[in-house]
Design a protein around this ligand. Structure first.
Ligand code: MRU
Length: 349
């Protein structure tokens, strides 16, 4: 598969997800600020991939800091890099997690007296580690999740929680890949995911690239598909999971989960541990990003809505824990009551 992100010759190369599937091109990022812009503008998207990109972005910030003369100036440049990255997208907690991981490491190295240039190299190595660990987590999630998926029935997914949204392999689509590899017969259905069309543009592209057949449906068709009895499991990713198991994911997930619950279809949430936010008690503690109105008023460059209309465009919604059957991380399968099962997985770290 085409890599989602790659660090080469001093630059972070991001597969530009704004122009997929028609154009495969990379954005080259050489500063923390450029990385933050690429995250905000969704050249790279998906919570784990955002975390990996932010780690590289902060490493780039450390190289920028190392070019300053005084320790004070170095600190200022690094903290500005941290801030601009932290503010790029608010919901995916993997962003904060990755920035905190690298910042804590830097603080320790500064106290130890390591020169700024070496610190930057060390942070770059840490960004590589974040990325490699994410790939390994996705594979483990696939192994834990696949046995829970009933053979002979379909899988419905929403948004893109695939290789494109992670360092590779995917979370929800990681489970799909593991299901396919296990030989189970589970046709895959993908919601188109208005308004940004991650399902139509990204999920279908990445599955077809892998030779996995997929049926695309408009979001509004999901409830009747779930009622039809064709679906054995809904599998989605997450942007942040609170301590009680409330799940923030792409807007529309809540509606899919409600319909699944009404028709007795289990809902699996697949995410790396870096998406669990035990500091958020429940969904009310999760900030929900609102995105530009043009994402709703326009399709591509073409305006479809009347001039002057006001728009509500939350990028995510919160699915209450009561609608979630399993939360699958690299640490295993959590079931209700999630406050206990997630706390137990937390102790494994
Ligand atoms: O706005 P996006 O495209 O970044 O939203 C992505 C999602 O909501 C994904 O489902 C989630 O990040 C999980 S990705 C493994």
């Amino acid at each position: 598969m085409v890599p989602t992100l790659e660090f080469k010759s001093g630059a972070l190369l991001l597969l530009d997800q704004r122009v997929l599937p028609h154009t495969v091109t990379f954005v080259s990022v050489q500063t923390a600020r450029a990385c933050a812009e690429a995250i905000r503008d969704m050249a790279v998207r998906g919570a784990p991939a955002i975390g990996c990109a932010a780690a590289y972005g902060l490493a780039l910030g450390a190289f920028e800091a190392a070019r300053e003369g005084s320790a004070e100036a170095q600190e200022g440049v690094f903290q500005a890099a941290h801030e601009v990255l932290a503010n790029s997208r608010p919901t995916a907690v993997n962003l904060r997690w990755a920035l905190e991981r690298l910042s804590k490491l830097r603080a320790r190295l500064v106290v130890e007296g390591m020169p700024a240039g070496q610190i930057a190299e060390r942070l770059l190595a840490e960004a590589h580690a974040v990325t490699e660990e994410d790939l390994a987590s996705c594979k483990a999630i696939g192994q834990h999740g696949a046995p829970l998926v009933p053979d002979g029935k379909g899988i419905l997914t929403h948004c893109n929680a695939g290789g494109l949204a992670t360092a590779g392999y995917g979370t929800a689509l990681g489970v799909v890949r593991a299901v396919v590899a296990s030989g189970k017969q589970c046709p895959v259905f993908a919601d188109e995911t208005r308004p940004w069309l991650q399902g139509a543009r990204l999920t279908t592209w990445e599955l077809l690239q892998d030779g996995i057949p997929v049926t695309l449906l408009p979001d509004v068709a999901a409830p009747s598909l779930l009622r039809s009895g064709k679906i054995g499991c809904v599998i989605v990713g997450a942007d942040r999971i609170a301590a009680n198991g409330d799940v923030a994911n792409k807007v529309g997930t809540y509606g899919v989960a409600l319909a699944a619950h009404a028709h007795g279809v289990p809902v699996m949430v697949a995410a790396p541990w870096s998406t669990i936010d035990l500091r958020a008690k429940d969904g009310r503690d999760i900030p929900i990003e609102e995105r530009p109105s043009t994402e709703v008023t326009h399709v591509g460059k073409a305006r479809i809505a009347a001039e002057g209309v006001s728009v509500f465009n939350p990028a995510f919604d919160v699915t209450p824990a009561a609608l979630v059957s399993y939360i699958v991380t690299e640490r295993g399968v959590a079931r209700a009551p999630f406050s206990d099962s997630l706390a137990a997985q937390g102790r494994l770290g």
